[in-house]
Design a protein around this ligand. Sequence first.
Ligand SMILES: [Fe+2]
Length: 341
Amino acid sequence: MRRRTFLTGLGATGVFGLLGCRSNPVSDYVPDLQALQVYSSQHQNLTKAWAEAFTAKTGIKVQVRQGQDSSMGHQIVAEGASSPADLFLTENSPAMTLVERAGLLAEVDAGTRKQVPADLAPSSNVWISIAARSTVLVYNTANLPTRQLPKSLMDLSDPAWKDRWACAAGGADFQSIVAGMLAYQGEDKTSAWLGGLKSNARILQNNIATMKSVNAGEIPCGVIFHYYWYRDQAGTKEGSANTALHYFRNRDPGAFVSLSGGGVLAGAKKPAEAQQFLAYVTSAEGQRVIVDSGSMEYAVAAGLASDPALPPLGTLKAPPVDPFTLDSGRVTTLMTDAGIL
Ligand SMILES: [Fe+2]
């Protein structure tokens, strides 16, 4: 990207020498306040593709601070009104809700909100979905006959599934699935299910490790997000050749669709440019970047098709969960209480 400025590229130590020590936990980040400040926990490649396309189109410089959903959400809350962030992009919406509940988000422009169908938006107007991702069960086709596939994600807490499934319980993707379950099924059922997870599941580092473990026959199935599998299938298939995906559908908690969010900070130094970025990302042109970048996430702009390899979003029969109600703090507590985190 021609005009983007990445001061981090100068080397953290050199910049640090000038600025002295800071208590910021992601302390090698030095904001270039000439540039639009985008804090992002969406995948790095997709964020970069959006930032570069936006700069090429508008000439507006963008600097991306990359992190994880939870740490970046807490970072913005800790920085409060003095945060350098103009915009926040999340991988999953619970991190956005965290910032929303701290009262740090501005209303999204009405024109931007119109670009995304209402069923892919929170009931509040202070953030908007920028991509969507589906929960799936990846299974080893040799080790798990289709007739034995679980009808519901809830079944996986049954003793019959002991040592027979895996997940990346420490990651934001999986925790958003639990947040969806909590909002949809309530605390008692979710706690009981997490107890079953603790007894039954192998907890792995991330979605890719989960998929590869299933592919290698180490465990019959795993709960992941869909795009890891489709990316591998579009490439070498080395992590997924022996597997298939099972979609729970039927408004099951296992059919949960997580939204990536975009929100403008109430204290943004460049509010007009931040709104412009969000308008771009949710436009048909911006959403085509999702398809063209090979991210295999779902596009959310009205009328724009996602990658043709994916089953259309409307066929997934996701449970009706308002992303506004997703509570990442409660999920962390319940998972900690269950001895998972
Ligand atoms: Fe992910």
